[in-house]
Design a protein around this ligand. Sequence first.
Ligand code: G
Ligand code: G
Ligand code: MN
Ligand code: NA
Length: 254
Amino acid sequence: LTLESDMRRALKEREFTVYFQPKVDLASGEVSGLEALVRWVKPDGIIVSPEDFIPMAEETGLIVPLGEFVLDASCKAMQVLQGVGCSALTVAVNLSPIQFGQEDLVEMVVANLERNGLPASRLELEITESTLMTDVQSSVAQLNRLVELGITISIDDFGTGYSSLYYLKNFPISTLKIDRSFIRDITIDDSDAKIVETVVLMARTMGIGVVAEGVETKEQLDLLATFGCATVQGYYYSRPLPLEKIIEFLLGKN
Ligand code: G
Ligand code: G
Ligand code: MN
Ligand code: NA
């Protein structure tokens, strides 16, 4: 069985599931939103990382139905969260460049939100730098259509792609997510620390949000606080978890 045919079968047989990881407001300690991260749970219980199937999904176009599944599952999760009193949480969904380039992306997203009875403001889309820079003109148009609906856009893995200040000026971006490779050694590597401090300052000055990804220790958290970083995400608070476990986490916090 090839990976491609196995994925097609797995999509039909609903073996994919979505985990969620909290994003935490550093000052208040409150969860401000969740990131949706897809998982493939094989019938034998083994969980396959997206790193091992997203590239193939992109090559074969399967990322389009898979991405639609993730969006739908994320919207359904927001409804469940509403039912347990978490009606203010946004959910961020990763969009691959292939999905971003689909002509009917906006229609697909709108239909999904409507079907699930959710305002667009509850949805955030995470896009990487390289996604935006491949076709700047059509990217601006696509982003504007999404933003007009009330969806917010964040730049994922910030600092690792074709980093350009161009899109900060020209694209309607609401948040930068600083890639976890910059956070990992932040307490021991002075240049990483300076880069992160500067990106946080730049985002604040421009009036956009900033999230530090991959925060694992209290020391990293404390340093990020001194930099004025608003939001953090990482194992320090929680790994990505199935919805029922995230609900326990959320309710335990309140
Ligand atoms: O969840 P992490 O645990 O292993 O994810 C690994 C990679 O897979 C990350 O780069 C993440 O952005 C990507 N990824 C996870 N879920 C999705 C998804 O639903 N869509 C896309 N396009 N990428 C995803
Ligand atoms: O590319 P993107 O930022 O969407 O991917 C998020 C990836 O980072 C996922 O694979 C997720 O499981 C992983 N991740 C989230 N928090 C941490 C963390 O604190 N440490 C590490 N090493 N990985 C993390
Ligand atoms: Mn992401
Ligand atoms: Na990232």
